[in-house]
Design a protein around this ligand. Structure first.
Ligand SMILES: Nc1ncnc2c1ncn2[C@@H]1O[C@H](COP(=O)(O)OP(=O)(O)O)[C@@H](O)[C@H]1O
Ligand SMILES: [Mg+2]
Length: 365
């Protein structure tokens, strides 16, 4: 019996060059059937190009793409059974919602009756039943995007491709739509590739995140994994609110690595890779993982916790949360995000910062 390949969509050694520009640089990706995978990275990192290659809108310069075990490099676009939604994938303004959603079925030899059934079902799935007679201009932006989603899924695609589909919507609507897309994707179980530059979007809805920079895959993994177990500076930075603390590696201690600041203070960190004594490195700890308090209120040090001391340099209230910037003795600045205290810390106050060594990740600088 033939083993089923666990990867439903596969990229192998994919390179895409546009003249001098290498948009995608030797990328391998595995996407499990029924999963939602996000391609995450800054503008220009090659996300759209990767998606367009699956769609058949671009041809790889090198490498192979497989869907369900079949190499599709030379399969023409209309023979790839894919649903697509793009940021500005406008609906046809002069067609009714019914005709918009039915569009992809017209060329598939589907009977009138089946077409009606499938369109109504798709409208129900995007929670807009009953709008089929309306025109696109009679729907809100968010509703129009849901119609675009209905149009993409009505054909029962092998893979659903979404390129920044929410970036034109305002923040509140985006949050709702994230949840809806996530739920819908799980309900119908369609393998989905979602492109975004927004790390919160990626973290909130993905089974797997693939982080890209300058055409190169940086890391992949479950949201918690790339957020907490990042392997390089770029990934740590891109996933949000990092502090980068330059240190020199001292010695292994209690299952951690002791590191030294320029000021001479030492603390414990969790090494992402092997380090030797004397190596220059950096500790990354996220702003939300730090605790802060007045130095005058500082009691006994808890065992196996790191403490650093400094002075509040700046503070900004964000409603519920407060952002503090604390100057350390070695001249560096730490960003701390905590729930608002009843009595806020003031600029110039002496504070201590508590960090869990498990949250202090030691990486190559
Ligand atoms: N048709 C094209 N011709 C020339 N360069 C392109 C073309 N499409 C994309 N690029 C370049 O390839 C790189 C990746 O682009 P793109 O895939 O659109 O990135 P992203 O979607 O992550 O913003 C960019 O440097 C972009 O300028
Ligand atoms: Mg793009």
């Amino acid at each position: 019996m033939k083993e089923k390949d666990p990867a439903f969509v596969k990229f192998r050694g994919i390179v895409k060059r546009f003249g001098e520009v290498t948009a995608v640089d030797n990328v391998d990706i595995d996407i499990a059937e029924g999963s939602l995978v996000t391609l995450l990275g800054p503008s220009g990192c090659g996300k759209t190009t990767l998606l367009r290659m699956i769609a058949g809108l671009e041809t790889p310069t090198e490498g192979d793409i497989y869907i369900n075990g079949k190499r599709i490099n030379d399969v023409p676009i209309h023979k790839r059974n894919l649903g697509m939604i793009f940021q500005n994938y406008a609906l046809f303004p002069h067609k009714s919602i019914f005709d918009n959603v039915a569009f992809g079925l017209k060329y598939r030899g589907v009977s009138k009756e089946e077409m009606r059934e499938r369109v109504y079902k798709a409208l129900e799935l995007v929670r807009l039943p009953g709008v089929e007679k309306r025109m696109p201009s009679q729907l809100s932006g968010g509703q129009q995007q849901r119609i675009a989603l209905a149009r993409a899924i009505v054909i029962e695609p092998d893979v659903l491709l979404m390129d920044e589909p929410l970036s034109a919507l305002d923040e509140n609507l985006r949050e709702d739509m994230r949840r809806e897309i996530d739920n819908l994707q799980q309900d119908i179980g369609v393998t989905t590739i979602f492109v975004t530059h927004d790390q919160r979007e990626a973290l909130s809805m993905s089974d797997k995140i693939i982080v890209l920079n300058q055409g190169v895959k940086q890391q992949e993994g479950a949201p918690e994994e790339v957020y907490n177990k990042f392997t390089n500076h770029f990934v740590a930075d891109f996933l949000g609110h990092p502090n980068f603390i330059p240190v020199v590696v001292d010695r292994a201690m209690d299952g951690f690595m002791q590191v030294r600041l320029a000021s001479g203070e030492t603390f414990l960190a969790s090494p992402a890779i092997d380090f030797d004594r004397g190596d220059k490195a950096e500790v990354v700890v996220r702003a939300q993982q730090l605790k802060i308090g007045l130095k005058s209120e500082f009691g006994e040090q808890e065992e196996n916790m790191n403490y650093l001391f400094g002075e509040v340099r700046d503070r900004s209230y964000m409603g519920g949360e407060v952002s503090y910037y604390v100057g350390l003795h070695d001249g560096s600045m730490l960003h701390v995000i905590v729930l608002a205290r009843r009595v806020p810390l003031k600029r110039g106050e002496e504070v201590y910062i508590r960090m869990n060594p498990a949250d202090c990740r030691l990486i190559k600088s």
